[in-house]
Design a protein around this ligand. Structure first.
Ligand code: HGY
Ligand code: MN
Ligand code: MN
Length: 426
C-alpha cells in the first residue's frame, strides 16, 4: 500500500479531537455515582460502575468499534487496521475511589474513544489496528489490591483470584463479577500476549501540581512510581478505658500511632523522595471507652527508586516488630501490592515528544507518582503516558478538575501519537 501524500488530513497534524463532545461525555459520566460534594463514587463492579461501563460500551458501539468484554470485566473496542496486528492500545479505567473526582480514569477512557471516533469520522486508515481499553477495578477501593483488570490482562493474578478476595461487606469478587454478568470461572482467560500489543498509551489527569507550577497544560510521563502496600494488624489486650491502669497496658492503637509517625519520618528523610501514606485505620471493637483488642491499618509506599522504597518498607516492619515486642503485642503485615517502578522506554518518549513538538504543544516531562494501568501493562509491552494539568493538583477528591482547553491539548497529542504509532495509510 502506498502511503498517502503528506498533505492528507490523516497524516498531517490538522486532525483535532472534538473537545465539546469529550466534555459532554465527562459530564454525563460524572452524573453516574455523583456525590453531593460534586465528585463520584463508583466502586469496582458496583451498580454505578456497571452503569458507567454500559454507557461507554454504547458509545464504543456507536463509534463503530468491535467491542468485547473479558472475564475480568475489562472492555475492549477495536478499530481494525489494514493488518491484523500488533495492536496500538490506549485506555484507562472508570471505577473511582470512594469520594473521587470526575476525571481520574475517565479522561483516558473518553479521550481514547474520542480519538477512535475522529479517525472513523475522517475515514483514516491505519496499517495497525487501534484498540481502546476500559480496565476494571483499577482503584482497589472495594476489593484488596489495585489495578485488578490490567493485572488480569498481564497474567499477574491467579485464575482463581475471584474466589480469594472479599469486599468489606464480605461479598466475594466472584459474586460481584457474576452480578456484572461475567463468568469468574473464566477469569484466567483475560490474559493477553504481549507480542500482540505494540504499545499501550494512557492519558490521565496528573493528580499533582507539577504541570500547574510549570505553567504547562500537558505532560509526558518519564517514569511511574511503583507501589509497595501492606495491610497491618496489631493485636493487644482489650480492657476498660477507665478501670485499666495505664501501666501494663498492651494497647495496639498506641503502637499503630508510633508506626504511623515512623512512616512519615522515613518518607520525609528519604533521598529519592519515597512517599508513605496510612490511608486506612480501624480499631476493634472500636468503642470510645474500650482499649482496642486489635487495630488494622494500611501502609502505602510509592517509590521511583525501588531499592530505597523497599529498604524503607523493611525498616518500618523492623520498627513495628520492635515496638510490638516492647509492648507485649502481636502483629502481622500482609503485602497487598508490590510493583516495580517503570521507566518509560526512550522510543515511546521520543514519539510522544516529537508529536507534541509537531503540534506546537507546550509540554513538560515528569514522573508519575500515582500508579496507573500503564504501569501494569509495561510488564508485557512498551507503554507511554500523557498527563493533563490538574487544577490545584487535587485528585481522589471531589475537587479534582481539568479545563476543557488542557484536555483538548492532551487529546490532540494522544490522537496524533496513536496515528503515528499505528501508521496512517493511503
Ligand atoms: O493508587 C493509585 O496510585 C491509583 O490511583 N490507583
Ligand atoms: Mn487513575
Ligand atoms: Mn485513582
Amino acid at each position: 500500500m502506498q502511503r498517502r501524500s503528506e498533505k492528507h488530513l490523516c497524516e498531517g497534524m490538522t486532525l483535532k479531537i472534538n473537545g465539546r463532545r469529550v466534555w459532554e461525555r465527562i459530564e454525563e459520566l460524572g452524573r453516574i455515582g455523583a456525590t453531593e460534594e460534586g465528585g463520584v463514587s463508583r466502586l469496582a463492579f458496583s451498580q454505578e460502575d456497571r452503569q458507567a461501563t454500559e454507557l461507554v460500551i454504547e458509545w464504543m458501539q456507536a463509534a463503530g468499534l468491535q467491542v468485547r468484554r473479558d472475564a475480568a470485566g475489562n472492555v475492549f473496542g477495536r478499530r481494525p487496521g489494514e493488518e491484523a496486528g500488533p495492536l496500538v492500545m490506549t485506555g484507562s479505567h472508570l471505577d473511582s475511589v470512594a469520594s473521587g473526582g470526575r476525571f481520574d480514569g475517565v479522561l483516558g477512557v473518553i479521550l481514547a474513544l474520542e480519538c477512535l471516533q475522529v479517525l472513523e469520522d475522517n475515514g483514516c486508515k491505519t496499517r495497525l489496528p487501534i484498540e481502546m481499553a476500559v480496565f476494571a477495578g483499577e482503584e482497589g477501593s472495594r476489593f484488596p489490591g489495585c489495578l485488578l483488570g490490567s493485572m488480569a490482562v498481564t497474567g499477574l493474578l491467579p485464575p482463581d483470584y475471584p474466589y480469594q478476595v472479599r469486599d468489606a461487606q464480605g461479598i466475594l469478587l466472584a459474586d460481584a463479577l457474576r452480578q456484572a454478568g461475567l463468568e469468574p470461572e473464566r477469569f484466567g482467560e483475560a490474559k493477553r500476549r504481549g507480542e500482540d500489543i505494540k504499545v499501550f498509551l494512557e492519558a490521565h489527569i496528573e493528580q499533582a501540581s507539577v504541570l500547574e507550577q510549570a505553567g504547562k497544560p500537558v505532560g509526558i510521563v518519564s517514569a511511574i512510581a511503583g507501589p509497595h502496600q501492606y495491610h497491618v494488624t496489631i493485636r493487644g489486650r482489650s480492657g476498660h478505658a477507665g478501670a485499666t491502669p495505664m501501666q501494663g497496658r498492651a494497647d495496639p492503637m498506641v503502637a499503630a500511632a508510633q508506626v504511623i509517625q515512623k512512616v512519615e519520618e522515613l518518607a520525609l528523610t528519604s533521598k529519592a523522595g519515597t512517599r508513605g501514606t496510612v490511608g486506612f485505620l480501624q480499631a476493634f471493637p472500636g468503642g470510645h471507652n474500650v482499649i482496642p483488642a486489635q487495630v488494622d491499618f494500611t501502609i502505602d509506599w510509592r517509590g521511583i527508586s525501588e531499592d530505597e522504597r523497599d529498604a524503607i518498607a523493611q525498616e518500618t516492619l523492623d520498627y513495628l516488630a520492635q515496638i510490638c515486642k516492647e509492648r507485649g503485642l502481636t502483629w502481622t503485615a500482609e503485602v497487598t501490592a508490590h510493583t516495580a517502578p517503570v521507566q518509560i522506554q526512550p522510543q515511546v518518549l521520543e514519539v510522544l515528544q516529537t508529536t507534541a513538538q509537531r503540534l506546537g504543544l507546550d509540554y513538560h516531562v515528569l514522573p508519575s507518582w500515582a500508579a496507573h494501568d500503564a504501569m501494569i501493562m509495561s510488564q508485557i509491552c512498551p507503554v507511554g503516558m500523557i498527563f493533563v494539568r490538574s487544577q490545584g493538583g487535587l485528585s481522589h477528591c471531589p475537587e479534582e478538575f481539568s479545563t476543557l482547553e488542557d484536555i483538548t491539548q492532551g487529546g490532540d497529542l494522544l490522537l496524533h501519537a496513536l496515528l503515528a504509532l499505528a501508521e496512517p495509510l493511503v
